[in-house]
Write a protein that binds this ligand. Structure first.
Ligand SMILES: Nc1ncnc2c1ncn2[C@@H]1O[C@H](COP(=O)(O)OP(=O)(O)OP(=O)(O)O)[C@@H](O)[C@H]1O
Ligand SMILES: [Mg+2]
Length: 504
């Protein structure tokens, strides 16, 4: 008997059938991956299982017994837990306090010392390292995620749902998470794992269920499939990751960063005397473990963060003190990593978010905004970037994670920027969309734009970059070519080992 069985789950939102008679069974001791294009309905299905959404019809059986899950609290009582794409911790509380809070919701009021002890024991048992007394606001995303998982383990969850857990992790953290998942499996838990990274799915999953447009395409055993087959199942065609980088001649230096010093959120210098140059028609990939100053560097160039010392020269002008609108006008596009907080206005419509940067430059009407022109522009962007939205008037907050990312890409890349700063531009995108973004970045480059690509994923950097700069502790510590043979040296540089041999 399956530990969990979903039958005929159906959920409709205005204008979209998000889940269409979905059937899924999950065994104890199994890692079951859920795969599918952006907007296929994965998160919706999991939110139903966790009691956040109510299904229109269908049935959920837990250990053979029908259950009706009323709320997340009820789901937890039944032993079903979920770590969502966006975390739900209280920032001003410590790790232990957050665990206590969760228990209080479940009607248990234990002593803090006991909770602390058990939390530490679980942390050790699963290799999920955290400091129980650290306040959540001080934690990295990886730490917050480990805490979310520990909270579920603490409450005794037998079914753990992880919605794109690795999208925000460094490769090392991903490895640790996989170790923990293996532990959960051994102890008889079932893990439902959502990811767009096919090699991860092949590594950790026992079975894979693929969704497309709200329907199940099929469930396959890991041994009987491959990344290639999974990609084809997902998008309904073969996905080839072969790009012509067109190694043309890079032109003039368009961006020059000199001796830049920038402070992070906690007030310390995180960019420490950094120098960098990017040329027209060039993609410079900046490789580094998250938290080494990438974010602050990108924000300083775009104007979101003040510069302590140093200069930013763009297209021959010293823009260090320029306002953001002036930088946008001069041709700087920015794809930030924090799409929910920085990149979109969640309560504005998809259409409004798409054109918000163009509404004041005369492109969309001289005196007043030309509604018809806006509608046409929006329609074209939605088509070009295949954004799945039931309507251009849908509030952006209701888009699936990947489609929200596509809105940002469409807005930034549909204009003709001279410089594109892209932070993790394909995070959360399905393989088809990823392929598309790479081709878009290469197209920008072919048109003469400079691209500064900041990513933790070396595959991503290697696929499109002309040169690789490695950032560590707020400085560029070395350059490399995006070649297989340089992988090890880049890895060492990323880890702060700077006395490595320069390869020929
Ligand atoms: N609260 C909501 N209101 C309206 N539509 C919604 C809501 N939640 C989800 N949708 C829609 O349901 C569909 C499925 O979305 P869902 O978030 O389940 O996709 P997903 O498979 O998780 O995609 P991704 O890989 O991008 O995260 C999308 O078309 C989305 O816009
Ligand atoms: Mg999702």
């Amino acid at each position: 008997m399956a530990l969990l069985e979903l039958k005929g789950i159906t959920k409709r939102f205005p204008g979209v059938l998000a889940n269409d008679h979905i059937g899924l069974s999950v065994e104890a001791g199994e890692v079951h991956a859920l795969l599918g294009e952006n907007g296929a309905g994965k998160t919706t299905l999991m939110k139903i299982l966790f009691g956040i959404y109510k299904m229109d019809s269908g049935e959920i059986l837990l250990k053979g017994r029908p259950v009706s899950i009323r709320s997340p609290r009820h789901a937890l009582e039944l032993g079903i837990g979920m770590v969502q794409q966006h975390f739900t911790l209280v920032p001003s509380f410590s790790a232990v306090e957050n665990v206590m809070l969760g228990l209080k919701d479940l009607g248990v009021v234990p002593k803090i010392q006991e909770v602390r002890k058990k939390l530490l024991r679980l942390s050790k048992m699963y290799g999920l390292e955290i400091d129980p007394d650290e306040k959540v606001w001080k934690m990295t995303v990886g730490e917050k995620q480990r805490l979310e998982i520990l909270k579920l383990l603490y409450s005794g969850a037998e079914v753990l749902i992880l919605d794109e857990p690795t999208a925000v992790l460094t490769p090392q953290e991903t490895r640790a998470l996989f170790e923990a998942i293996r532990q959960m499996k051994e102890r008889g838990a079932a893990v439902i794992f959502i990811s767009h990274k096919l090699n991860e799915v092949m590594e950790i999953a026992d079975r894979v269920t693929v969704l497309r447009r709200g329907k199940v395409v099929g469930t396959v055993k890991k041994e009987e499939t491959s990344t290639r087959l999974l990609a084809t199942m997902m998008v309904g065609r073969e996905v080839v990751f072969q790009f012509d980088k067109m190694n043309g001649d890079a032109g003039e230096v368009i961006l020059k960063v000199e001796g830049l010093k920038v402070r992070g959120d906690k007030g310390y210098l995180t960019v420490k005397s950094l120098d960098l140059e990017v040329r027209e028609g060039e993609i410079l990939g900046v490789a580094g473990v998250a938290g080494n100053g990438q974010k602050e560097l990108a924000e300083a160039i775009y104007g979101l963060r003040d510069v302590d010392e140093g200069r930013i020269i763009f297209d021959g002008h010293d823009i260090t003190k320029w306002s953001i609108p002036r930088r946008i006008k001069a041709g700087i596009a920015y794809i930030p990593q924090d799409r929910k907080e920085v990149a979109v206005a969640p309560n504005l419509s998809v259409g409004e978010n798409l054109v918000m940067k163009d509404c004041c430059n005369g492109e969309l009407g001289k005196m007043a905004l030309d509604r018809r022109k806006i509608r046409m522009t929006v329609k074209k962007m939605i088509e070009d970037f295949s954004i799945k939205a039931s309507s251009p008037d849908l509030r952006s907050r209701y888009l699936s994670g990947g489609n929200l990312q596509k809105v940002i890409l469409a807005r930034e890349l549909s204009r003709t920027p001279k410089l594109v700063i892209a932070e993790h531009p394909t995070r959360g995108l399905d393989v088809g969309a990823m392929e598309y973004v790479y081709s878009k970045l290469l197209e920008q480059k072919a048109q003469g734009a400079a691209v500064l690509l900041l990513a933790g994923d070396l595959d991503e950097i290697f696929t499109v970059s002309d040169r690789v700069a490695v950032i560590y502790d707020g400085r560029i510590v070395g350059y490399a070519e995006p070649k297989e043979s340089e992988l090890e040296r880049i890895g060492l540089l990323m880890a702060g080992v700077t006395d490595v041999q320069e390869s020929a």
